[in-house]
Design a protein around this ligand. Sequence first.
Ligand SMILES: Cc1cc2nc3c(=O)[nH]c(=O)nc-3n(C[C@H](O)[C@H](O)[C@H](O)COP(=O)(O)OP(=O)(O)OC[C@H]3O[C@@H](n4cnc5c(N)ncnc54)[C@H](O)[C@@H]3O)c2cc1C
Length: 416
Amino acid sequence: MRYSGFSILKQALTGHKSWPKAWRTPDPKPAYDYIIVGGGGHGLSTAYYLASVYGAKNIAVLEKGWLGSGNIGRNTTIIRSNYLLDGNVPFYEMSLKLWEGLEQDFNYNAMVSQRGIINLYHSDSQRDAYARRGNAMIMNGADAEMLDQDALRKLYPNLNYDNARFPIMGGLAQWRGGSVRHDAVAWGYARGADRLGVDIIQNCEVTDFIIEKGACTGVMTNKGKIMGKKIGVAVAGSTTRVMSKVGMNLPIESHVLQAFVSEGLKPIIPGVITYGMGHFYISQSDKGGLVFGGDIDGYNSYAQRGNLPVVEHVCEGGIAMMPYIGKAKMLRMWGGIMDMSMDGSPIIDKTGIDRLYLNTGWCYGGFKATPASGYCFAHLLANDEPHDNATALRLDRFSTGAVIDERGAGAQPNLH
Ligand SMILES: Cc1cc2nc3c(=O)[nH]c(=O)nc-3n(C[C@H](O)[C@H](O)[C@H](O)COP(=O)(O)OP(=O)(O)OC[C@H]3O[C@@H](n4cnc5c(N)ncnc54)[C@H](O)[C@@H]3O)c2cc1C
């Protein structure tokens, strides 16, 4: 069924009794043309674009838990394309463009809200760095605008402008950035893929890969053996664990990132803002909760929960930027497992094992990348060639030295 105003009206008049399930619950078939391991945002979007853009059939997505149990349902929902380097900007701008048409494309309300993102600056040198970033964005077709303090005060009168250790001087705005309801993205892609015939198999954990004559020909799962002509792995924070089954030692570390939501408040934050002298980002949900986050917990972990020192650290960033946040009561917090790459940029590439493909390295920023990641990974799986906007996202850049280091922070995951 297509969702539309007409279908809502019809259901309302007939007691909402015939809404079909959003997706089926099929048993796995013995073999598929394409197997996608991981039913997070990236796995589901890959399957969706494989079917919708590349005309592939006979596709399965294998998810060890339930849809939305990973980072796709745990992030702080920010989308943007305010990147600096050539390897990244076209890719993230492609993603932002796909967000702009996504709801019509997969016929699902994902609450895409282009409410604008502003990165605050606190010194002359930081202003110059943001001006450079803004110019790079504009040259790559993205939108960017530098705001001085007066312009910023009109939008955010309640920030700590003057009486602060790091006074706020202005910001770099990207008005097309904003937020999207994260779990609706998983549901929208799942429903869209299911309608195109993709089998989405939940509670199906891939425990091993079948390698024959140097090629990956299938996977072992808790539901038995499933053969595949091409296998794409998109398991985000579990990448190193899953790829260790084929002996791959990747330039990835798994870390916890926490998110926080306050009680519902009257509207005070119209868009998304990030603090420039620490790692803190915040928006306000439609229900009024302040949704915010900051740094990763500084140790490797596969746990979907974090620890208290980082809670204090994140809240310090928030209070420095907007002291009144100290009065808000916290409602919820949780953690997700981040696949931190050593240059802070993603990998969408072949693995060196024939027919086995890899999508990983999303760090803090994989939610906004969900559409482009799926599109480019589907392109790679279908054509055995990288998509034009993902040619730099190669695995071998860590051995050739062609890294894409946005922050210039070196090979240290907690600095990206
Ligand atoms: C607190 C937090 C805040 C964030 N904020 C933002 C933000 O504001 N903006 C932004 O752009 N990004 C953000 N991110 C990052 C973003 O959420 C992730 O980079 C992105 O969601 C990762 O891709 P995914 O959706 O495919 O991951 P996931 O949803 O984690 O999907 C991976 C899936 O693989 C499954 N899996 C693992 N092992 C196996 C196996 N062996 N067999 C089968 N399935 C398996 C997992 O169960 C999981 O469902 C945030 C992340 C967190 C945790």
